[in-house]
Design a protein around this ligand. Sequence first.
Ligand code: PMM
Length: 270
Amino acid sequence: MFEQAGRRTQVMGILNVTEDSFSDGGRYIDFDKAIEHAFALRDAGADLIDVGGESTRPGAVRVPEEIEHARVIPVVEELSRAGIVTSVDTMRASVASAAVAAGASLINDVSGGQADPDMLQAMADAQVPVCLMHWQTDRFGDASGAHHREHVIADVRTHLLSLVDAATRAGIDQSRICLDPGLGFAKTADNNWSLLRHLDEIQDLGFPLLIGASRKRFLTELGGDRDAATAAVTAIVAHQGVWAVRVHDVAGSAMAVQVAERIRSGGRSN
Ligand code: PMM
């Protein structure tokens, strides 16, 4: 998944199968609507679709494990059947394993394999690429609160390397790992902007990067159209050669990736 050198940035469409997206406001999730949305993301240019069954927004409560399974696995199964590449956005080992069995090609864990003691083993056993994200919850207690970090680049680099170390020790080959600085996760707006400004220092770690800026609060603070702001970030990070961007509005970011590619290649189409 990561190995093609020189390949353009991949656009990962977000499919949050949660109460606030595909339900009538209760717990019931409309499976057909979720699938319909996934097809729309694919048609808009998504290279893969990230399927998640629990919200990680500040203040969100965790959903019971069986509900996460019921939301995510049938969707992954159906999309795989339709030939759509999927990743699973989960902090639970059992959901990750079941999703891979249902056809998911990547495990995306916002806790970097730390939330569930069985996750790293599940990732190792699954033999698919994994994304480890920076969300440092241990030092500050409140994981969702925005905590200003004086040395955000150094903090993120150090923590990501510790995640890689733990993953490697669990038997996950480094060639299967991608990293994510975790924009918006227990970080202030200034921290998020700094991470984008110094992204090369995260890239220097030598792993493919996934960037999730889409519709995050630090962008909406600019006012105006949050999807336009997201596409602007995509253009810049795609120009820097990140592996993928995780976005809600796929069309805007797919266009931004094309623009970045044309600039990178000096105008030659590819
Ligand atoms: N952000 C959210 C959920 N999952 N996964 C990765 N790898 N990176 C992210 O930045 C990320 C993620 C939260 O965003 P949403 O609630 O808009 O999906």
